[in-house]
Design a protein around this ligand. Structure first.
Ligand SMILES: Nc1ncnc2c1ncn2[C@@H]1O[C@H](COP(=O)(O)OP(=O)(O)O)[C@@H](O)[C@H]1O
Ligand SMILES: [Mg+2]
Length: 358
């Protein structure tokens, strides 16, 4: 599980609290707090652990620090038999020779994919009913393999915000004294730094079209889409640049939900069309409402996109040359007129209110 968000939002605290609670609740459980190097772990992460999360247990006695030896990693030992090992991947034999129920990786961005996968093989202590690797990470850092894991669904990604941290914000959303000072500083930042450090947005150099995009608000778990909701499709034609198809559903309050998407380069429009039809009308019968309109970046697929298709080996049994995609599209699709499209684009630009939460 990845906790993604800007610094100071409470990612490490949340992970450590969970780790500690799991150790208290499950006698004999084994946890690991790990970072790329042991030195970096000591200076930051363990302070929160020692002074906040495990402070009471350490003061009252049930958790005792063991400093480690040549062979053994340092650890916090619980009176119920649970253990939290503390280590760095720079001394792998000390931490990787054991098995764990829960592992917390501080600053996952420092890890290589090999480290991550090696850690997952250590998750087999079996004392807790589930085994979990938790990591915190800043969303804009260049770790393509981590992002790919999250996109594939191999790793769950949760988003943390300053508003989640009670040191900074009260439950009613107003700032605490500490928050006024800290958030006040962040609010004075400009450009990419503001978007990243204040809101944890994945802002690349090109920037963001929707300034108020917030994954914590706009990224939902999959919900069943009622049949009555109006469907809209959008198409951005491309071959060298990606072809994009999106299937949107509009709820009764006018909010739009992205149901599914194709985003691929170097494929023909006709192949995308077949894929889309297989999804929405398997076996030729529509399984969901037809779109009320298909909104395209061009009125018809640009003729240039048809050239790779025209070059494709002809079907040996067919004598007729392939008909241009534009012609086929005009025949089969209910496309909007240019006037309708312009009016709709205007509405979309004015339509940032659709980002407001339910
Ligand atoms: N839920 C919470 N309750 C109390 N203090 C919190 C909470 N969440 C975060 N904090 C405090 O806020 C500070 C920043 O949290 P931290 O977990 O280090 O953030 P991050 O890992 O996102 O940079 C720490 O001092 C932490 O103890
Ligand atoms: Mg942290």
């Amino acid at each position: 599980m990845l906790l993604s968000g800007p610094p100071g939002t409470g990612k490490s605290r949340a992970a450590l609290e969970k780790l500690h609670a799991m150790m208290l609740a499950n006698p004999g459980a084994r946890g690991l707090i790990v970072r790329k190097t042991l030195v970096s772990l000591g200076s930051t992460g363990l302070v929160t652990w020692r002074e906040k999360v495990a402070a009471e247990s350490i003061a009252a006695g049930p958790v005792v620090w063991y400093g480690g030896s040549q062979q053994e990693a340092a650890a916090y030992r619980y009176s119920n038999g649970s253990v939290v090992v503390v280590g760095g991947l720079d001394k792998p034999q000390k931490v990787m020779s054991s098995e764990y129920d829960v592992i917390f990786v501080q600053e996952a961005i420092e890890l290589a994919i090999d480290d991550w996968e090696a850690l997952t093989t250590r998750l087999r202590n079996g004392v807790i009913s589930f085994q979990q690797l938790i990591a915190d990470y800043n969303p804009w850092t260049p770790t393509p393999w981590l992002k790919a894991r999250a996109v594939r669904g191999d790793t769950v990604m949760l988003h943390s915000r300053h508003e989640d941290n009670p040191v900074l914000f009260r439950p009613d959303g107003t700032l605490t004294m500490v928050g006024q000072d800290y958030i006040g500083k962040l609010d004075k930042l400009t450009g990419v730094r503001f978007h990243r450090l204040r809101h944890g947005k994945w802002v690349a150099a090109e920037g963001l079209i929707y300034e108020d995009w917030d994954p914590a608000v706009h990224l939902l778990d999959r919900i069943p889409i009622p049949q009555e909701w109006t469907r809209w499709w959008t198409v951005d034609f491309g071959y060298t640049n990606p072809f994009v198809w999106q299937d949107w559903a509009e709820d009764p309050d006018g909010r739009l939900y992205l149901v599914r998407e194709i985003y691929r380069t170097r494929r023909l429009v006709e192949d995308h069309a077949k894929d889309i039809l297989r999804l929405v009308a398997p076996g030729g019968t529509w399984a969901e409402p037809r779109p009320s309109a298909i909104i395209c970046d061009h009125l018809l697929p640009p003729a240039a996109l048809d050239q790779p298709r025209q070059r494709r080996q002809p079907d040996p049994v067919s004598v007729a040359p392939p008909r241009p995609t534009t012609e086929l599209a005009a025949e089969h699709l209910v496309l909007m007129t240019e006037h309708q499209q312009l009016s709709l684009f205007g509405q979309i630009r004015a339509g940032q209110h659709r980002h407001k939460p339910a």
